[in-house]
Design a protein. Structure first.
Length: 158
């Protein structure tokens, strides 16, 4: 049999597997959340291993599944690091394992305020000068406002 006949026979009988190309494209397109999902899976597995050493609950994927009220197959899928996790699932796992998986930076909005005919406001015993102060939004809303005049113009400037 000649080389060309062998090549032709191989082309006819062999299967062309192009799934790996699709998987590679998927990984590239979703790398941001896949990396985070993988990091979460590693943290969960490390915590389960630590719990096993300390004899604490949950110690296994099966016990974690029971605590999450889901199937062991779903936990296995989570621990492969390829599952797009919902915030609800993440917080449930954090509560069960007493572990922080995702940390959201605290957001605080600061406002400056301008006041006409307005001397100061106070929160508790602290009095703050309105002409030079900045305060966070919650503090401003919770504070008691004092004015010398019944007409007080108060304006928040972000």
């Amino acid at each position: 049999m000649s080389t060309s006949n062998i090549k032709n026979k191989l082309k006819k009988t062999s299967k062309s597997d192009k799934k790996w190309i699709e998987k590679a494209k998927y990984r590239k397109e979703n790398s941001a959340w896949l990396d985070i999902s993988f990091a979460i899976a590693v943290k969960i597995m490390s915590k389960l291993k630590e719990n096993k050493k300390l004899n604490e609950f949950p110690q296994s994927q099966k016990q974690l599944a029971k605590a999450l009220d889901c199937s062991p197959q779903y936990v296995n899928k989570l621990l492969k690091g390829t599952e797009n996790l919902q915030i609800e699932t993440i917080t449930r796992i954090e509560g069960i394992l007493d572990l922080i998986l995702i940390e959201v930076p605290e957001f605080e909005t600061m406002f400056e305020f301008e006041a006409n005919n307005f001397k100061s406001y106070s929160e508790s015993e602290e009095i703050i000068d309105s002409e030079t102060s900045t305060a966070n939004y919650q503090t401003l809303l919770e504070s008691t406002i004092y004015s010398e005049d019944s007409e007080c113009n108060f304006k928040l400037v972000a």
